[in-house]
Design a protein around this ligand. Structure first.
Ligand SMILES: [Zn+2]
Length: 302
């Protein structure tokens, strides 16, 4: 198990919700699809890093850090006895080529060079450790996790791990001797403490409550085509089932994420979920999980 788990960013959750409930402008749609794809790639990498021997390595996923008012992000940070490995994970798919220190997709579009990205985060990370007087040996790499990624004219001796080398990278690490002590845990705890939970880069289009499609959605496939029974919610599309209480609370969390200052009332949740027939059931679940504010006709929940 990772020392710090990866969770979906609010930005991804918000864009996913908006994509499902409205038509995203094309720019935000591209941002959303890239976030979804990047997150999938990170999960693929997590699957690999889970194979690292937990007695020898500490794995910290998704660190958002700041130094001298500059923000940067490390997809995965692996701590071992001697060397620490910042990992930049890329889920690029298809054919790319490398020319004069730049990355291009085959359709000629230049893309941000991931090698520049790790150079930047490597430098910033060194500053973070220098400030704390931690002496650290860093080895940053870019990991391309998508099996259908090809890089033509790939330079040798660049810190790149290709899809076909991923398994070997993990196996080689596991074979190394590595003894962790308090110092390593101190570094890990410091990074977890410094991690910024709120991303400074939320790129959302304007939206308002009235224009969003309402309805409780399937937790798995996001379909609005769900049926609510007494205790279970059943998805007509993928067949997934969810406990009614979980489904309602999940929908309320989504609503609060979209509209942080909205007042959660029984009627609002009734309207938002659409498929829950009983207001009584909604009231009971809100009462059980939130605190009531106000009396009688003007109650809401926090
Ligand atoms: Zn479904």
């Amino acid at each position: 198990m990772a020392y710090k788990e990866r969770i979906e960013s609010d930005e991804l959750k918000l864009l996913r919700s908006l994509n499902n409930r409205t038509v995203l402008p094309s720019k935000e749609k591209i941002i959303y699809l890239n976030l979804e794809k990047g997150y999938k790639g990170e999960l693929m990498f997590d699957h690999l890093s889970e194979r690292l021997d937990p007695k020898k390595f500490l794995v910290l996923n998704d660190l958002r850090l700041e130094t001298n008012s500059t923000n940067f992000q490390i997809d995965t940070f692996i701590i071992s006895q001697v060397t620490q490995f910042p990992c930049e994970v890329k889920n690029f798919e298809g054919d790319y080529y490398y020319e004069s220190d730049q990355f291009f997709a085959m359709n000629e579009n230049e893309i941000q060079n991931p090698l520049d990205q790790i150079k930047r985060s490597d430098t910033l990370l060194r500053q973070v450790f220098q400030k704390k007087k931690y002496s650290i040996s860093l080895k940053s790499n870019v990991f391309f996790v998508n099996p259908s990624f090809t890089l033509y004219q790939a330079p040798l001796n660049k810190p790149i791990i290709y899809p076909t080398q991923l398994d070997k990278f993990i196996d080689d690490l596991n074979r190394r001797p590595s003894i962790l002590n308090d110092y390593h845990y101190k570094i890990a705890d410091y990074l977890v403490k410094e991690h910024k939970t709120v991303s400074p880069y939320t790129r959302l289009p304007p939206y308002d409550y009235e224009k969003l499609n309402k309805g409780l959605t399937c937790f798995s496939c996001l379909s609005f085509s769900v049926k609510a029974g007494e205790t279970k919610i059943l998805c007509n599309v993928c067949g997934c089932m969810e406990n009614v209480e979980n489904g309602i609370l999940r929908s309320v969390r989504e609503l609060k994420l979209l509209f942080p200052s909205i007042k959660i009332t029984t009627n609002l949740v009734y309207e938002w979920c659409k498929v829950i027939e009983s207001r009584k059931q909604i009231r009971r679940i809100l009462k059980k999980n939130y605190t009531i504010i106000g009396t009688r006709h003007s109650t809401y929940y926090i």
